[in-house]
Each structure stands twice: as structure tokens, then as C-alpha cells.
Design a protein around this ligand. Sequence first.
Ligand code: SAM
Length: 298
Amino acid sequence: LMYQTPVSSKPRYVRVNTLKMDVESAIQELGKATTVMKDDLVPGLLVSPTGTDLHDHPLVINGSVFLQGKASSMVAVALCPKPGWKVLDACAAPGNKTAHLASLMRGEGKIIACELHKERVKVLEASIRKSGAHNVDIIHGDFLELDTMDPQFSKVRAILLDPSCSGSGISAERLDNLLPSYSQDNDTDAANSQRVKKLAAFQRKALAHALSFPAVERIVYSTCSIHQTENEDVIKSVLPLAASLNFELATPFPQWPRRGLPVFEGSEHLLRTDPTEDTEGFFIALFLRKQPKKRILR
Ligand code: SAM
């Protein structure tokens, strides 16, 4: 991958798991090991300007904080689930965003976390156990096969869809650590573009499926890809379906300067992060369902 920058030059982000620890206590504890500051955008996110390795820190080991990048931490915040809601995390493992949702919901309500691959379900279970969240139900299965009419989904108000993607926004070094299988697949440009096309086909299907849940009001679609094919093009392809179901694009983090590539009208709602400027290349889209206008009774 082309976007490698030395890891040590990058700020380290730490997300406080407010189910287990408050932000001020985390700052105080981590401050003994390194310099920490609050991120200016994401609540509960701390940033350490040094290359300090916190992997073995007791707060990381016991799940009081999660080592999670800034862009990744923006995704659940963009969804903005309220405590007490029912929320579906469509492609959940390893569970960083599931744990973040639980923290934002203060452990109240229900999260259904779906994951296709058995080995990754185990990782998901471990993350959730570590997070201390008690309101997560795991479904080991294919999100595309979930029956939207099943009563267990009839009250799902928000869906986080973070599907498999090419990972082209993440440095090769980090990908190697995260997902060893990714690095085996860099044979040729043609093979790569075929792979991205296949991923995009899945991403379009998954997003269309998310839009079809009967009570869903908020949907966030995110990738750690920099490819238009997996980002703006996926969003554009579902716009007619979205409009027919009364959804419109909304603007996550309006103060954020980097928006979607200008390839369709409305793409300024979309959010991009830059792999070098922002440490990782991410993409976030937010759909909101317009509430039917209240009829005036005469
Ligand atoms: N949201 C996760 C986090 O923040 O920790 C990362 C999700 S990762 C980008 C995508 C996940 O979706 C992978 O674990 C993959 O196994 C899973 N997945 C792929 N296809 C799926 C499907 N059809 N249904 C459910 N999960 C799927």
C-alpha cells in the first residue's frame, strides 16, 4: 500500500470506555505514563502526541480504555444512539465500534451485533466482555440474510454498517497487525480492482439491506477505504432506494473540513479523513429518515 508513514510520527488515540471509567480519571491515570490531551472533536477520545506504546497499559488490558483511532471513533458518535434505543451493528467484529455504541448508550437499551465469521465472533465476544457491556446480543450469521420483518428487529432505530472493505486507508504496517490476510492480496492492479469491485457489490447490498429495516431512523455507513468505488459510488447507488424510503443524507461532524468527493449532488454531506493528514483514511455517510409530517386535525 502506498500510504505508509512512520507509525512513531503519528499521534496515538485512546478512547475512554465510560462504562468503566470517567474521562478525567483516565487522563489522570494515563498521564502517569505519557502526555494525554482531550481530542478537540470526539468526546471521550484522548490523544497522546508521543509514540508511547500503551498496548500493555493496565487500563488497556482491563478494558477501561480502548486503543482506537480518531476516524474509527467518529463512526459511532455520528450514529448518535440514545440510551434505551435498540441498535444493530451489522458487521461487528472485532467490536471496537460495538463497545463504543454501548458506552454512548450508557449500557441502556439493546445492541444486536452481527458477525459472519466464526473466529471473529470469538474476538467480538472477548471485546464485549472486556468492555463490561451487558446489553449486547451477538448473532453469528450473515447480515444480508437477516429477516427485516423478524419481530426482534421491529424496534431497531439505528444501524451501524461498517462492512468489510479494502482497507486502503490504513497503513500496510497496521493492516498486517490487524488482519494478516489483507497483505497476501496485493498481486496486481487488475486483481486489486477486481477485489474492490467485489467488495463494493457487497457493500451496496448491505447498505440497501440496512435501509430496509422497518423502524430504522439513522444509518451510518463507514469504511477504512480511500477508494471512491467503496465510498461515494456505494452511496450514490442507493440514493433512489433511500429516497423512496424517506431517507436523506445528513452531515456528520459539520465542522469537519474534508467532505466526500464531488461526484454527485449532495456528496458534500459525506465525510472523509485523509490517510496522512488524519492518520487514517476513513469514510462516513449518515442517512436520516425524515419523519412523516404530523397531520393537522381540524
Ligand atoms: N466494526 C468493526 C470494529 O469497529 O471493530 C470492524 C468491522 S470489519 C471492517 C467488517 C466485519 O464484517 C468483519 O469482521 C467481517 O468478518 C464481517 N462481515 C463480512 N461480511 C459479513 C456479512 N455478510 N455479515 C456479517 N458480517 C460480515
